[in-house]
Design a protein around this ligand. Structure first.
Ligand code: APR
Ligand code: ZN
Ligand code: ZN
Length: 362
């Protein structure tokens, strides 16, 4: 099978600096597609791959928040065709697993990726981040990982829906079921939390309380629709959220940090019978200690949100259309656009909290 050579960013080994390398991208086989990547956002998960926090299957081909144009498709592919503008997703639903068969494909337990491997020029197989690997001029994916959206949307904006922004919007809309009139608190307003603010506003939440320890993040959250902000470095966020909600707590509290202490804040900042949504991703050593009586006595729902419980085919085109109509502003998430060679710098800026998203343009 023929392969073409492109430039891509790999993580060669644990904590080693990333490298721009020549990648071999095979022609698409049955059910596969090759996508010419136009933009790919920098996400914490890429950094976690580099640091060894996800698996030891080095070398990784990083990048997974991407949009581009389908270049070629393999046998039997009917859902997309060359020339289609697509957002790449890491939830190509199988249609067969127990979740899919019960009509809950957003939980699909057997999502598809490409069968063939992209490699280095010496034949070393690459592990693509989240089955995508899009810090590359072209990438090979399962055709189901390509979701067609309005081609007039900006690639930098569209790509962000492929991961973090979708996770945040979906945490509010799909997992939290935020609806008109609700009070919502969002703890942690980075890219994911700010997107949860956008989702809550879209759903018609009456009060949206943004909580962070960084005033810059609170300013952007307010610009995106937060009605109130709390800097939890100097204020107890549980008391502040209760004070802003008649003493009761919010109907829905979205935790977008991924730490036990902020989860506890979310747990106690919610009204009786309210909902906590955990969309921040914890690390393996973290544990949670809560009085079981409070878990029972406060009632409601404690939920996790995987990828915003999104269904790419349903949610990506809808959100792009709303953006194109000016009803949500996804461009505000693109803090800077950078080149493929600048990924280490982008990781550093992300670590310092300087950006909502840096987006690599290809
Ligand atoms: N209380 C409140 N906010 C906090 C706290 C805290 N104790 N600690 C950190 N934060 C804020 C940071 O200031 C930052 O604004 O949480 C935000 C985290 O945002 P980012 O680092 O930009 O991360 P983001 O991309 O939004 O992802 C958030 O979701 O997908 C997961 O792995 C991801 O766990 C991460 C989380
Ligand atoms: Zn399935
Ligand atoms: Zn991501």
């Amino acid at each position: 099978m023929a392969a073409q050579q492109v430039r891509g960013v790999i993580a060669p080994g644990k904590n080693e600096p990333v490298q721009v390398q020549t990648i071999l991208v095979p022609d698409p086989g049955p059910g596969e597609a090759v996508v010419r990547v136009e933009a790919c956002g920098v996400c914490h998960t890429d950094l976690h791959y580099k640091q060894g926090g996800i698996s030891d299957d080095y070398p990784f081909l990083l990048g997974h928040e991407a949009a581009g144009v389908v270049e070629s498709v393999g046998e039997g592919v009917s859902e997309v065709a060359p020339g289609d503008f697509v957002i790449l997703n890491w939830r190509a639903v199988c249609g067969q697993c127990r979740a899919c068969r019960r009509g809950r494909p957003w939980y699909c337990f057997d999502t598809h990726n490409a069968q063939q491997r992209m490699t280095l020029t010496d034949g070393t197989a690459l592990s693509p981040a989240l089955g995508i690997g899009a810090f590359a001029e072209k990438t090979l994916v399962a055709a189901g990982q390509c979701t067609k959206v309005d081609p007039s949307a900006s690639p930098a904006v569209a790509g962000l829906l492929g991961c973090g922004v979708m996770a945040g919007i979906g945490a509010a809309l799909n997992t939290g079921n935020v609806t008109r009139g609700d009070s919502v608190a969002v703890i942690g307003c980075g890219g994911v939390g700010a997107a949860a603010v956008v989702g809550s506003r879209l759903a018609g939440a009456a009060r949206i309380i943004a909580v962070d320890i960084d005033d810059r993040k609170l300013d952007t959250a307010r610009a995106m629709g937060a009605t109130d902000t709390v800097n939890s470095r100097d204020t107890d966020p549980v008391e502040a959220i209760r004070a802003l909600t008649g003493g009761f707590g919010a109907d829905v509290v979205i935790e977008a940090v991924g730490r036990p202490e902020t989860y506890k804040q979310a747990f106690y900042a919610r009204d009786l019978a309210g909902t906590v949504v955990l969309v921040g991703v914890p690390t393996p050593e973290m544990t949670l200690d809560l009085p079981l009586l409070d878990v029972f006595g406060r009632g409601g729902a404690l939920k996790s949100s995987w990828y915003g419980d999104c269904l790419p085919s349903r949610d990506f085109p809808m959100l792009i259309d709303l953006h194109q109509q000016g009803r949500i502003d996804l461009a505000a998430f693109v803090t800077e656009t950078i080149a493929l060679d600048d990924l280490e710098k982008a990781f550093a800026r992300m670590h310092q909290g300087d950006v909502l998203r840096s987006v690599v343009m290809l």
